[in-house]
Design a binder for this molecule. Structure first.
Ligand SMILES: Cc1cc2nc3c(=O)[nH]c(=O)nc-3n(C[C@H](O)[C@H](O)[C@H](O)COP(=O)(O)OP(=O)(O)OC[C@H]3O[C@@H](n4cnc5c(N)ncnc54)[C@H](O)[C@@H]3O)c2cc1C
Ligand SMILES: *[C@@H]1O[C@H](CO)[C@@H](O)[C@H](O)[C@H]1NC(C)=O
Ligand SMILES: *[C@@H]1O[C@H](CO)[C@@H](O)[C@H](O)[C@H]1NC(C)=O
Ligand SMILES: *[C@@H]1O[C@H](CO)[C@@H](O)[C@H](O)[C@H]1NC(C)=O
Ligand SMILES: *[C@@H]1O[C@H](CO)[C@@H](O)[C@H](O)[C@H]1NC(C)=O
Ligand SMILES: *[C@@H]1O[C@H](CO)[C@@H](O)[C@H](O)[C@H]1NC(C)=O
Ligand SMILES: *[C@@H]1O[C@H](CO)[C@@H](O)[C@H](O)[C@H]1NC(C)=O
Length: 614
């Protein structure tokens, strides 16, 4: 089954540079030297390829995407969900700054570096967040970016695939056709395979009063529900941006080019008008310029878009002066407001667990071989699930994690935002205060965290509504050096309290009859510990500050609130320069981000078309 897919792609990788020819293709730098494009896009990830696809629908419009990473080579670890991780296309090694609230520990900064960006390396969970999250963006100054306005773009971005009816009934999979799209680029589906332990998890959750959500994509993403994945159900392979916004359409797009293995070093300006980019060959360091006749579009992700902006002279003028960078626009918000989701792994030994379970592919070679054979024969298989993950997730607002929500809210309200975020510019603090008020307002309605059990040894907890903020700041003038990434993890102690509430809820869940029958015994992070202070210490020692959901570092919103782009994605103080990736969000969505990045890319593409009369 995989063979068909691989062959279909070969000509896309094998194609090489010519001037604007018959087919879209990967081009090399030399062939570009005399080219001009209407649009030059920095970063070929989720947002970058979505926008490139939509703009190049018009045959008169030429588009070049410059991507730091290579094209993938159809590795199993990319295409086959059950062979997931490690993937060879991460930005590695890449470490954060020492985290002040975590004893100075440094953590890795996960992000994709390949054509397709995060969508080529992510765990493929594909879902929208609660309406409150998007409505908060609009309320925070991202005018016109709300649930209702994004809804048509969520639909436009996907082809939703219903599960087999009998299977769905047996596994309690429910959905709402009316909220889905059926002709968009991203293939979305449910794994056609499940482990018996899912029923224990489902029934245990129900016994705690957690509701079964009909469809988390309808505006209320709370409750327990089956995870939808960006997987093409025809081939059971990853549906990522390289496939759904490039390979899918190349045969008809001579006007769509990708230059891989090349860094965008900076945006070039005439005055404050963006006229192109300077690119850097990653191996030789040789630079070149390319002209963008209509617009330069930044889509390098929330870690690297602010890096490119700062290297281009857009950021705090006084900070950039210290690095010898001439200011183009004094825009202090660039690089601030970094957010992500906290991850806490919890492991249990089970004396009486089912076989098979979410650990069996790793633990039992016979089972793995059997399942792989089924997968290759296009039969339902454990390889249809992202490896080491289960099918169900619980997402809840604060009040459903703890009866103590009020004291957590009081703790949040008692913080002084300016002292939590001491180095942030005044405008950023102003915007941060407004965010905190809305977060507190929505905290008992929209999801603040998740519990997902893989039906084997691992439970994953996520705290997805951080009040802490971080930053991405350059400290060299080279695009080939990593920026300084400070997650600012749990600098607001409220975040640790919320993680604790999720952790305790998981213990209650494991103690329900449906789950305790499996004989769970916690092995980490706090086996046998009941004292709250000790548990908090164990969580601090074992949590991860990033779930690779970085966002919000070139925020859409008012300039006086630390905003970097206006509601039309244009960078303040410039013309012909926009940002379209997850950097523009005012605050992080409560669920997995990729569905929202695809939808935001669709919306941005329409905005850009409109402003150029296309
Ligand atoms: C390991 C991992 C697991 C994840 N799991 C999930 C999940 O299961 N569900 C979910 O919803 N989300 C998940 N995510 C997050 C999701 O993939 C991201 O939120 C999403 O990809 C962000 O889209 P983007 O367009 O903002 O940036 P990206 O998709 O990251 O694209 C940015 C691109 O820009 C390129 N780039 C950077 N700097 C430069 C430069 N100077 N010049 C040229 N190109 C540059 C990068 O190489 C990258 O390809 C995961 C991410 C990772 C890394
Ligand atoms: C970068 O430079 C190397 C060495 O000169 C060359 O082989 C390679 O093709 C260049 N890469 C691109 C994308 O042009
Ligand atoms: C589905 O729901 C029914 C009724 O709530 C329950 O008995 C059954 O165990 C569930 N099955 C799964 C796979 O969740
Ligand atoms: C690219 O353009 C910039 C700005 O005009 C200029 O400073 C730089 O020297 C150019 N680089 C190359 C390699 O031509
Ligand atoms: C390993 O997998 C095989 C094949 O599914 C199964 O028969 C066997 O019982 C498994 N072994 C264990 C220890 O679970
Ligand atoms: C930039 O930061 C990195 C990582 O902390 C450090 O190794 C490097 O020395 C710094 N460079 C400069 C010029 O300050
Ligand atoms: C978990 O089970 C394994 C295998 O049975 C055993 O080796 C290990 O000691 C157990 N760990 C704990 C903390 O109970």
């Amino acid at each position: 089954m995989l063979c068909g897919i691989v062959l279909g792609f070969v000509f896309a990788i094998g194609a090489h540079a010519r001037a604007l020819g018959q087919y879209a293709r990967a081009v090399d730098a030399e062939a570009l030297s005399k080219q001009q494009y209407d649009f030059v896009i920095a970063g070929g990830g989720v947002a970058g390829l979505t926008v490139a696809d939509r703009l190049s629908e018009n045959p008169k419009v030429s588009v070049l995407v410059i991507e730091y990473g290579p094209f993938d080579q159809k590795e199993d670890s990319v295409l086959v969900p059950g062979a997931y991780f490690p993937v060879p296309y991460l930005w590695l090694p890449f470490s954060s700054t020492p985290q002040t609230a975590l004893g100075g520990t440094v953590y890795s900064v996960p992000c994709g570096r390949v054509v397709g960006g995060g969508s080529a390396v992510n765990a493929m969970f594909f879902h929208r967040s609660s309406a409150e999250d998007y409505d908060a963006w609009d309320a925070l100054g991202a005018k016109g970016w709300n649930w209702n306005s994004l809804f048509p773009y969520f639909k436009k971005s996907e082809t939703f695939n219903r599960p087999d009816a009998t299977y769905a009934k047996e596994r309690n999979i429910t959905w709402d056709d009316s909220v889905h799209g059926f002709s968009g680029p991203v293939r979305a589906s449910y794994a056609p395979y499940d482990y018996p332990g899912s029923a224990n998890f489902y029934n245990g959750a129900r016994s705690l009063g957690i509701r079964a959500t009909k469809d988390p994509n309808a505006g209320d993403a709370t409750g327990i529900f089956r995870l939808q994945r960006s997987v093409d159900p025809k081939t059971n392979t990853r549906s990522f941006a390289r496939v759904n916004h490039y390979d899918r359409i190349i045969a008809s797009r001579p006007n769509y080019h990708i230059l891989p293995n090349t860094a965008v070093g900076k945006v070039t300006f005439r005055g404050t008008t963006a006229v192109g980019v300077e690119f850097v060959n990653r191996t030789s360091g040789v630079t070149g310029n390319i002209t963008a006749k209509r617009e330069v579009i930044l889509a390098a992700g929330a870690v690297h878009t602010p890096q490119i902006l700062q290297l281009s002279g857009i950021g705090s003028a006084s900070y950039l002066k210290g690095l010898g960078i001439k200011s183009v626009v004094d825009l202090p918000g660039v690089g601030w407001n970094l957010q992500d989701h906290l991850v806490q792994k919890v492991n249990y030994n089970y004396t009486n667990n089912h076989f098979p379970n979410g650990g069996s592919l790793q633990a039992n070679a016979t089972y793995a071989a059997e399942q792989r054979a089924l997968y290759d024969a296009n039969q339902p298989s454990a390889y249809d699930l992202t490896a080491t993950t289960g099918n169900l997730i619980i997402q809840l607002p604060l009040k459903d994690f703890t009866s103590d929500a009020q004291s957590i809210i009081s703790l949040a309200k008692s913080q002084n935002p300016a002292s939590l975020y001491p180095k942030a510019p005044a405008s950023v603090i102003k915007g941060y205060k407004a965010q905190r008020e809305l977060i507190i307002k929505n905290i008992n309605d929209a999801a603040i965290g998740d519990i997902s059990w893989n039906t084997g040894p691992e439970t994953s907890l996520y705290m997805t509504r951080p009040l802490s903020r971080g930053s991405v700041l350059i400290n060299t003038t080279s695009i080939l050096a990593d920026p300084l990434v400070d997650f600012g993890a749990i600098t607001d102690p409220t975040d640790l309290e919320m993680l604790y509430a999720i952790y305790i809820k998981n213990r209650q869940l494991m103690a329900t009859p449906d789950l305790s029958v499996l004989g769970p015994s916690e092995t980490s992070p706090a086996a046998g510990v009941t004292d709250k202070a000790q548990i908090l210490a164990r969580l601090k020692a074992t949590l991860q500050p990033s779930n690779a959901h970085e966002c919000c570092t070139a925020k859409m919103g008012k300039r006086e609130d630390g905003g970097v782009v206006d509601s039309d994605n244009t960078v303040y103080g410039t013309t012909r320069l926009s940002v379209v990736d997850a950097s523009i969000w005012p605050y992080v969505v409560g669920g997995g981000p990729q569905a929202s990045v695809y939808a935001g890319g669709e919306k941005a593409a329409d905005t850009i078309k409109r402003r150029h009369g296309l």
